[in-house]
Structure formats: C-alpha cells, structure tokens
Ligand binder design. Structure first.
Ligand SMILES: C[S@@+](CC[C@H](N)C(=O)[O-])C[C@H]1O[C@@H](n2cnc3c(N)ncnc32)[C@H](O)[C@@H]1O
Length: 76
C-alpha cells in the first residue's frame, strides 16, 4: 500500500497492523521523522512531493493507495 502524504504515520501504522506492506511518502522531512518514530522499521518511508511525478528509489507497484487529508494541499 502507498500512504500518500503520510504525515506522522497514523494510517501507515494502521495499515501495518492490518498486515500490509506500506510505503509512506510525505513532502515534510519533519513529518517523516515523526512517522519513522511511530512506525519504526515496520514500513518504508520516502520523501516525495505529490505535486510532482513520483520517482521511487526502487521499482515498485501498489495494491492500493491511501491519502488522508493530503490531496487538498496539492495544486494539481
Ligand atoms: C493534514 S496532514 C495528514 C497526514 C496523514 N495523512 C493523516 O491523516 O494523519 C497533511 C500531510 O500532507 C503533507 N503534504 C502536503 N503537501 C504535500 C505534497 N506536495 N507532497 C506530499 N505531502 C504533502 C503534509 O506534509 C502533511 O503531512
């Protein structure tokens, strides 16, 4: 699962607890550091700007995307 605009990792953590493999992305390094603290190494995190084409460090695909309260911040 992709958690797009994961913030402090609230939904990332929930998804992990449901047994999902999760990549959380956020534009804010500060938010990502909170997410890493909350979820530890049970999920992966990358800094990404959802306003730009996503270019992940490793080739990957997703079974689903969660984006809670994040898309409103994106112009396009
Ligand atoms: C209201 S918070 C929601 C966080 C989380 N999804 C949740 O529900 O707890 C919005 C998040 O969107 C992120 N965000 C804003 N603009 C973004 C962008 N262009 N690309 C990626 N994340 C962005 C912010 O850094 C923030 O963490």
């Amino acid at each position: 699962m992709l958690d797009a605009g994961c913030g402090t990792g609230f939904y990332t953590k929930w998804l992990v607890e449901q047994g999902a493999d999760v990549l959380g992305v956020d534009v804010s390094e500060k938010m990502l550091s909170h997410a890493v603290e909350a979820v530890s190494d049970q999920a992966e995190f990358e800094r990404a700007d959802l306003g730009e084409p996503l270019d992940f460090a490793t080739e990957c695909s997703f079974g689903g995307v969660v984006s809670a309260l994040a898309l409103g911040y994106i112009e396009n």
